[in-house]
Design a protein around this ligand. Structure first.
Ligand code: GLP
Length: 243
């Protein structure tokens, strides 16, 4: 795993955006695996800035998102569909028909998981998958558990995740209790992975994922088995790494 140390969130965002931008320049029709949450927000803002300067062109790019809350429709401002449109898709020249997320209100959840997994596999996996990390080490919505879920699946969110994400909702009761997520196998099918982390509260998850034993109790630890992972993290998020 390559580790790029950034001074702070802003520098992490610029470094992360650099890597995504390089991918799009080298392969304009690439498949980007995208993530939501506070961690990638600055990356999207940076990419939009470069797009406005005509330094990056998304016209041939396809995107597949990691996850989506179950039960939230596209108009819900907490859905990941809404997040992606607000922060990236509506601000650049990407073809909306080439942007994919799980359908949060699919009638048949099992069929939705199969559909989304097949879709990603039909692209041969993402060329570059962007990932944030949860405080408990989750990637996508793969929560700590006693086994790795391989394919796209529907997850029961842990209390700790509901608690961490309630800041975006009116109250913890409003946070959906379930979500669709790429599985660990889906994520690892990406040719390259870019993991970003910022802040002290991610330091333990980063340490355990990068240096700890590979275990489904720390889903991010599986990234140690992928041949091409770049971690871009700020000093606070790297503060528990061995010296
Ligand atoms: C959510 C998302 C993850 C994300 C994590 C961390 O649970 N499903 O994909 O990595 O939160 O979010 P943040 O970057 O806001 O800390």
């Amino acid at each position: 795993m390559r580790i790029i140390k950034a001074k702070d969130y802003k520098e992490m965002s610029r470094q992360g955006a650099n890597i995504i931008s390089a991918q799009v320049i080298m392969k304009p029709d690439c498949v980007l695996g995208l993530a939501t949450g506070s961690s990638p927000e600055g990356i999207y803002a940076q990419l939009v800035e470069w797009y406005n300067k005509e330094d990056i062109d998304f016209s041939e790019v396809t995107t597949v998102n990691l996850d989506e809350y179950k039960g939230l429709n596209k108009e819900n401002d907490q859905s990941y569909y809404y997040f992606m449109h607000k922060h990236l898709f509506d601000k650049v020249n990407i073809n909306p028909d080439n942007t994919y997320l799980p359908n949060g209100i699919a009638e048949d959840p099992d069929a939705e998981c199969v559909r989304y997994e097949k879709l990603i596999r039909s692209f041969g996996g993402a060329d570059l998958q962007l990932l944030g990390i949860g405080r408990n080490g989750h990637i996508g919505f793969n929560e700590p558990s006693d086994s790795f879920d391989k394919a796209v699946h529907c997850v029961d969110l842990l209390e700790s995740t509901i608690d961490a994400n309630k800041r975006f909702f009116a109250s913890a009761d409003d946070v959906p209790k379930q979500a669709y997520s790429m599985g660990i196998g889906t994520i690892l099918s990406a040719k390259k992975i870019l993991l970003v982390a910022s802040g002290e509260e991610k330091a333990e998850a980063v340490r355990a994922s990068v240096c700890g034993p590979i275990t489904p109790e720390v889903p991010g630890s599986i990234l140690q088995l992928h041949p091409d992972v770049t971690l871009v993290a700020d000093e606070a998020a790297l503060s528990k790494m061995p010296k």
